[in-house]
Design a protein around this ligand. Structure first.
Ligand SMILES: C[S@@+](CC[C@H](N)C(=O)[O-])C[C@H]1O[C@@H](n2cnc3c(N)ncnc32)[C@H](O)[C@@H]1O
Length: 304
């Protein structure tokens, strides 16, 4: 069972004569009594993972029933189907304040974040602890659809900027993270900075998403990801430098005190995070794009 929760929301006018009929037909369509009747919206949840086969059958039945009924019921004046989301659970290891998480959520995942530091700005379920230990526990106890991991990058970014020897005090958690991901058998993504020892990564760039940043980031995955190509050509000198230098910059500098935080947040496409959190974040646009590809992969596997 890949899906943690299936929501089927049907919105109709409360006085709509088709409502009871809609409910009956939906129950018939999915062969289940797991439909809650609310005043004018009905929410179906397939949370119970104890019976994998019947839940899976129910999900597929529901989706089929929904599409079939959408056409029938529109003629009775219902606003009808507003949305149907299958939201697999994604483990967000080394989550910080959830830059990456925001993109996966927007793509259609439920997200649980794990970080060894408390993260008051993380917008979804959060567990404080060691990413590998807690990750193993969650994989054993929850139905997880995919894993994203952003192990610390200081070792590789400091090395790149300042040369040999710098960064040697930092741990390289990429191998142990990769081992956890591979053992899980799930689709996974490991993110890091250029220069990090990732295997066959694809590179994302802010210029591909009309963001005022470049912020190249690498993503390793066991799913064949495609990244849009960089296009720096439209990023013209427009931004004041954070230093006393005169030349304008083509992109917004991130993580610097002399540039207002809201400007930096806008450039990254994230709000409600501190400067320190922002400086560590993955732009949500990247992971929304990746998340959509993971969902296609998960859905295609579940239909086989
Ligand atoms: C680069 S940041 C992650 C950024 C995040 N993906 C985002 O988009 O906002 C790395 C995070 O790993 C956390 N961290 C470092 N070692 C850890 C460990 N052993 N277990 C859990 N978290 C850890 C740090 O506290 C930091 O928040």
């Amino acid at each position: 069972m890949e899906f943690r929760t299936l929501f089927l929301v049907c919105v109709s006018k409360s006085s709509d004569p088709s409502s009871p009929r809609l409910l009956r037909a939906l129950r018939r369509g999915c062969g289940s009594d797991m439909i809650e009747d609310c005043a004018c919206a009905r929410v179906v949840r397939a949370d119970n993972q104890s019976d994998v086969t019947s839940s899976d059958r129910m999900c597929k039945g529901l989706i089929g029933a929904m599409y079939q009924l959408a056409s029938n019921f529109s003629k009775f004046g219902s606003t009808f189907i507003q949305g149907c989301m299958e939201r697999p659970l994604l483990l967000d290891l080394f989550c910080c304040a959830g830059g990456a998480a925001r993109g996966y959520y927007e793509a259609g995942f439920d997200v649980v974040g794990i970080d060894n530091k408390v993260q008051p700005n993380y917008p979804y379920e959060f567990i404080q602890g060691d990413a590998i230990q807690v990750g193993k526990r969650l994989l054993a106890t929850r139905t997880v659809g995919a894993i994203h991991a952003s192990p610390p990058c200081q070792k590789f970014s400091a090395y790149r900027r300042r040369g040999q020897g710098v960064g040697s005090g930092y741990l390289n958690l990429i191998p142990v993270t990769r081992e956890l991901c591979r053992e899980s058998g799930l689709p996974y993504v490991i993110e890091n900075v250029p220069g990090a020892p990732l295997e066959n990564p694809v590179q994302y760039c802010g210029s591909s998403f009309a963001l005022d940043i470049r912020r190249h980031r690498l993503f390793e995955s066991n799913v064949a990801l495609t990244a849009p190509e960089c296009d720096h050509s439209w990023q013209k000198p427009r931004f004041p430098p954070a230093t006393n230098r005169k030349n304008l910059r083509c992109t917004m500098e991130i993580g610097v005190w002399r540039i207002p935080l809201p400007d930096q947040q806008r450039a990254m496409g994230i709000d409600n995070v501190s400067l320190r959190e922002l400086s560590q974040a993955v732009p949500p646009a990247y992971t929304k794009h990746i998340g959509a590809q993971l969902l296609v992969h998960i859905k295609s596997k579940s239909q086989r």
